[in-house]
Design a protein around this ligand. Sequence first.
Ligand code: XMP
Length: 323
Amino acid sequence: LWTPSNIIDDAIAQIRARVGGDQVLLGLSGGVDSSVVAALLHRAIGDQLTCVFVDNGLLRLGEGDQVMATFARHMGVRVIRVDAEKRFLDRLAGVEDPEQKRKRIGNTFIDVFDEEAAKLKQGASGVKWLAQGTIYPDVIESAGASTGKAKVIKSHHNVGGLPEHMTLKLVEPLRELFKDEVRKLGIELGLPAEMVHRHPFPGPGLGVRILGEVHKAYADTLRLADHIFIEELHRADLYDKVSQAFAVFLPVRSVGVVGDNRQYAHVIALRAVETIDFMTARWAHLPYDFLDQVCRRIVNEIPGVSRVVYDITGKPPGTIEWE
Ligand code: XMP
């Protein structure tokens, strides 16, 4: 019988039988899949699990602290937080092309993760297993030809992203599950509902939502705008009615007036879509009054933003992300 608690009991028995007394490493992103794996493994093997959370400086407002609060503080999971913002931003300096940015972010992630893993492998306990949040659609996707950008990065982050020399054995307890099933397990395992029902967030993070070259100041501005948009969506009870919503930083400037002053500042685009499979999507017909409220807050509260626009492009012809 498919009930979350049966699935969890089964998965726990299988994990214990597989890894025995060995140490397991998990790359925790804060996304639904890796979060559920963390909670599941923690329940199965407790202190034999060590998570590595890489803060690449391209996360949403307060995201790193939230991940640490949920897992390390509340659940008692061992999480190593690696502050790699500077390293990522240095690798992105001067790079404008979206695919180049994705590649560099993916490779830097692997380098950082690999270094942490090497330390843990050589440590007294000697990590032997790598856990991954691979879910059934990832398995299907990576079986076919790799064409889309999401798949390219997925091959870094999710599926088979194990550098040869690491020779860790893989444990993937969600391999047979669909997303909605993974969410149910997450709730049953006691993860916060906001975490389990979060919109998808791409591996390269804000790196592909800042058009062109990435700068820390742009990321800081975008974080604030995105936070306002998401906060207002929750407040208006619209967050769960859209499939994905976010802000995009446009590195062009536009003239505006604030009080008596003319300001020549950047533009923020808002994107919200409704979709089942993320292969096609319709732009969300958010109420005008709602958009008005979000726009006013962004322009009034964030220095350096003079204008807000709303993206009304479907997929196709647009993609969901802007890069
Ligand atoms: P697009 O922009 O291709 O996005 O219509 C479809 C879905 O995939 C996500 N996406 C990514 N996820 N790495 C990821 O992990 C990526 O490079 C990437 N690019 C897009 C996007 O957020 C949307 O949910």
